[in-house]
Design a protein around this ligand. Structure first.
Ligand code: PXL
Length: 286
């Protein structure tokens, strides 16, 4: 019997707008990875552009779902968390981590973007997110979230190489061995995703072309493709290339069609690229 790798994805399910589980599940599935969704909330849409959303908090669901899996002997290769709807859900994620000590623990500390917190995030929830980050093997904040975790202002100017490395190292100092920060503009004007593998003291960056439009859910997709790559045996720079190239392709495809940005990227058109396992980007050691 050949078992596929299995991930418990602790994220919200948003109806309209292609983010969180709506994109995480198809992306990991086409990469050949089984996903068990553990919804933190069910929303009519993401919280970024469709007015007053309907939100059903699923805090009461997480612990009983975990108990069920443990009772049934269900195993996971990876626990991957994202958008949380309450501070108690941090405890739910930590319980998952404790229950599956051999699983890869990936935390996408979803809290905000473009220098702003998402509407439902309180400072208490951000504090607890920092605690969750400490228990992770790998974290994937964007620059906004990295700044929140470090307690510094969102940078108004481009970052030098030493500033970027310092952020990566300080985040890793909180616990995670591997840190990837997305959406960084560096002093040479390049837009990039940067990574740090503390075990090998290696720093990487992957440069992409920036498109002047913001699509929700791109951070979720990036973290999912990175997660999928790492689970299937990619090294950190190769997983970063795979995720960055897929996102650049998805964003450019969507921009070319001129669709409403609130709807997210046209994932349905782009999934074949993930199936074909293509990864055309270049990385550099920094
Ligand atoms: O893509 C991050 C995200 C996830 N979940 C919900 C969101 C957002 C970003 O806006 O609103 C509900």
């Amino acid at each position: 019997m050949q078992n596929l790798k299995k991930v418990a994805a602790i994220h919200d399910l948003s109806g309209v707008g292609r983010c969180s589980l709506s994109v995480i599940m198809p992306a990991l599935s086409v990469m050949g990875i089984q996903v068990a969704a553990v919804p933190t909330a069910v929303l009519s849409s993401h919280t970024n552009g469709f007015g007053e959303v309907v939100l059903k908090d699923m805090t009461d669901y997480i612990h009983p779902a975990l108990s069920h899996y443990k009772a049934q002997g269900v195993d996971f290769d990876c626990i991957y968390s994202g958008f949380l709807a309450s501070t108690q859900q941090v405890d739910g994620c930590l319980e998952f981590f404790k229950s599956y000590p051999n699983a890869l623990k990936i935390v996408d500390p979803v809290m905000g973007d473009s220098g702003r917190l998402y509407k439902t995030y309180t400072s208490e929830l951000c504090k607890r997110m920092s605690e969750l980050v400490s228990a992770a093997d790998i974290i994937t904040p964007n620059l906004t979230e990295a700044s929140i975790l470090l307690g510094v202002d969102y940078p108004v100017s481009q970052l030098t190489l030493s500033e970027v490395k310092s952020m990566l190292v300080r985040l890793s100092g909180k616990g995670p061995k591997t840190v990837v920060i997305t959406s960084v503009t560096m002093a040479d004007g390049k837009n990039c995703n940067v990574g740090y593998d503390s075990q090998n003291n290696a720093f990487w960056r992957v440069v992409y072309e920036k498109i002047p439009k913001h699509y929700p859910g791109t951070g979720d997709l990036f973290a999912s493709v990175l997660t999928g790559g790492l689970i299937l045996g990619d090294s950190l720079p190769i997983a970063m290339c795979r995720a960055t190239s897929f996102l650049e392709y998805a964003i450019k495809t969507t921009f070319g069609y001129g669709t409403d940005a609130r709807e997210g990227v046209m994932l349905e058109k782009c999934l074949p690229m993930l199936i074909s396992n293509q990864c055309y980007m270049d990385y550099s050691a920094i």
